[in-house]
Every structure is written in structure tokens, then in C-alpha cells.
Design a protein around this ligand. Structure first.
Ligand code: NAP
Length: 297
């Protein structure tokens, strides 16, 4: 049995794609596990299907736990249930950005904690409809020592979904690569309330992107993530913004839906890292503060 903690868009995508009967959602400790979760699944290609996913029962021992909450909820969500699972149960973190993964790995360093970086796209336009909006790749890699041994079995298990899953020994590097793109696109789309491509002509973007890329370049170098020039980073950000020009970023979607964004784990993570490393990050700080003002809480 594969346990999924977080029955939102990404959790429901994995639950719908993994073989039926092999998956269960993990309820919050205070939440009595009721009837199974039912929803319609609209795959990227092919007809809609009905999906029923049961709740994990007290007697079920999961082979692996996928954590698909938002980054800000992951630590508390895991803390609420982890004592139910044997020490060797691998736990795979699917959160975007950085910061939450390191916090979980540091707290449960004796457990096999893995992190995933995924370019799959899933959303819930209605509460009981899950749309697989874009196919992509998922890379999984170890965050703690004991996770190394579990990497290949976990990848094999998740490949049964039909989604494309790869082992990645250097998962932090891969998470950094995604972080840089997210940091250069998501806050602008949220602040300007526009699709990805439209940020490129805005004065907010044009006035701050060189400063942001300078900060990103310095932070990457100081964190052992290699030397990338600000110009190269800007080119990568703009190539992705153009390729995904009509897309709505998850941060803009969160603001539009009145949900808390993941800014604290994207530009906020970078601003905090800058303080620790004594690197000035005025653009990351400004973007973090302005996006925080758009979101509840
Ligand atoms: P989401 O739709 O908001 O789903 C998160 C789910 O976690 C919600 O159903 C939430 O329940 C649940 N949750 C929160 N606290 C919990 C707890 N303590 N115990 C159990 N469940 C809890 O978010 P998402 O779009 O699936 O994204 C999840 C993560 O994956 C994010 O970090 C995102 O950046 C990343 N990601 C998403 C995609 C994608 O295509 N969606 C792709 C790549 C990466 P409530 O709603 O009841 O609070």
C-alpha cells in the first residue's frame, strides 16, 4: 500500500495514476477516516474516469508515504502521523521551493526521507474534479543517509503509475534549478495578476530582474550550487516564461483563490538564506513582502 498525505491536486494525481487498490490517503490525526474519497479524473489524454481512494486504516503499513501538502503544511502534517509508520518506511516530499525539505530531513534524520522535483501539472477546477493539465517528469533523490538505499525501490514503485519517474542523486541541485525559475516568474505573475509570458514587458519585472538574477547567482555560488552568471539565469527564466506564456503560475492561482502562497519557500527562502550567508537580497525581500500582503494570514 502507498500512503498519500495531502489529498489535494498533486496527491489526487498520484492516487489516480497508481494502480487501483494500492493507494490510500492518510487522514489528519484528529480527522476520523470516513468513506473513501471519490472524484472524477480527467487524464492528459483519454476519457474521464471515476476514482475511489480509501483512507489508510490503523492496520495498514504503507510501503512508502508520499507527502503532497503545500510546503507550509508539510512539517506539521508529517509530525502528526509519522509515529504510526515503521522507521524504515520511506517518506517522499513533493513540496515546491526549498526550506521545508531540509527542516523535515533534519528533524527525522534517522528515517529515509526523499525529496521530489516534479514538472507534472494537476489542478482541481471543481472540488470533485482532478485535471492532469500537463505531463512532465519527476525526479526523486535522498535527503537523509538511509534514503539512499530506498531510492531505486521507491522509483520502481512509483513508475507503476505510468508517470515518468527518475532517480536523482543530486536532488538538492535539481530543486535549486526549479527554485531559480520559480523565483524569477511566480512572484511577478502574482503581483501583476497575469499569465507567465506577460511579466516580461512589465516595468516591475524590467526594473528588478537584473538585481534578482545577481542575488540568485551570488546565493547559488555561496551555497555550493555552482557558478551561473546573472545573464545566464535571466535567459533561463525568460525562456521558461516564453515557453509557458499562457500558463497561470501556482502562486497567481493561490492568490486568486484566496489561499496562502508558497512565497516563504521560494523568494522568502532565498532572502533568509541571504541573511545567513551575509548576502544582500533586497529584490527577494521586496518580492516576498509584497506577495505576503496579497495572501491571507
Ligand atoms: P493542494 O491542492 O493545496 O493540496 C494540498 C493538500 O494537502 C490539501 O488537500 C490540504 O487539505 C492537504 N493538507 C494540508 N495539511 C494537511 C495535513 N496536516 N494532513 C493531511 N493533509 C493536509 O496543493 P497541490 O497543488 O497538490 O501542491 C502540493 C505541493 O506539491 C505544493 O508544494 C506544490 O508546489 C507541489 N507541486 C504541485 C504540482 C501540481 O501540479 N499541483 C506540481 C508540482 C509540485 P486542505 O485543503 O483540507 O487544507
Amino acid at each position: 500500500m502507498i500512503g498519500i498525505l495531502g489529498a489535494g491536486a498533486l496527491g489526487r494525481l498520484w492516487a489516480a495514476c497508481l494502480p487501483a487498490g494500492r493507494v490510500a490517503f492518510i487522514a489528519r490525526p484528529a480527522e476520523p477516516a470516513g468513506a473513501s474519497i471519490r472524484y472524477r479524473f480527467r487524464p492528459f489524454n483519454g476519457p474521464e474516469t471515476d476514482v475511489h481512494v480509501p483512507w489508510l486504516t490503523a492496520g495498514d503499513i504503507p510501503e512508502v508515504v508520499l507527502v503532497t501538502t503545500k510546503a507550509g503544511d508539510a512539517f506539521e502534517a508529517i509530525a502528526g502521523v509519522i509515529d504510526r509508520f515503521p522507521r524504515q518506511t520511506p517518506i517522499v516530499l513533493f513540496q515546491n521551493g526549498l526550506g521545508s525539505q531540509q527542516r523535515v530531513a533534519a528533524r527525522w534524520s534517522d528515517r529515509p526521507i526523499l525529496a521530489a522535483s516534479s514538472t507534472e501539472g494537476a489542478n482541481r477546477p471543481e472540488p470533485d474534479l482532478l485535471v492532469h493539465a500537463g505531463t512532465g517528469d519527476t525526479w526523486i533523490g535522498p535527503m537523509t543517509e538511509s534514503a539512499g538505499r530506498q531510492l531505486n525501490p521507491v522509483v520502481e514503485l512509483l513508475n507503476a503509475s505510468g508517470l515518468t519517474v527518475h532517480p536523482e542523486q543530486h536532488i538538492l541541485q535539481r530543486l535549486w534549478q526549479k527554485l531559480v525559475i520559480n523565483a524569477g516568474i511566480n512572484p511577478y505573475t502574482a503581483l501583476l495578476d497575469c499569465p507567465n509570458g506577460d511579466i516580461l514587458a512589465s516595468s516591475l519585472y524590467l526594473d528588478t530582474i537584473d538585481g534578482l538574477c545577481h542575488e540568485l547567482s551570488e546565493l547559488m555560488r555561496a551555497s555550493g550550487q555552482g557558478k551561473q552568471t546573472p545573464e545566464a539565469l535571466r535567459q533561463r527564466i525568460e525562456a521558461v516564461a516564453r515557453k509557458t506564456a499562457r500558463n497561470t503560475s501556482s502562486m497567481r492561482a493561490d492568490v486568486l483563490n484566496g489561499r496562502i502562497t508558497e512565497i516563504n519557500f521560494i523568494n522568502g527562502y532565498l532572502a533568509t538564506l541571504g541573511k545567513d550567508l551575509r548576502i544582500q537580497t533586497p529584490v527577494n525581500q521586496m518580492l516576498t513582502e509584497q506577495v505576503q500582503q496579497l495572501s491571507p494570514g
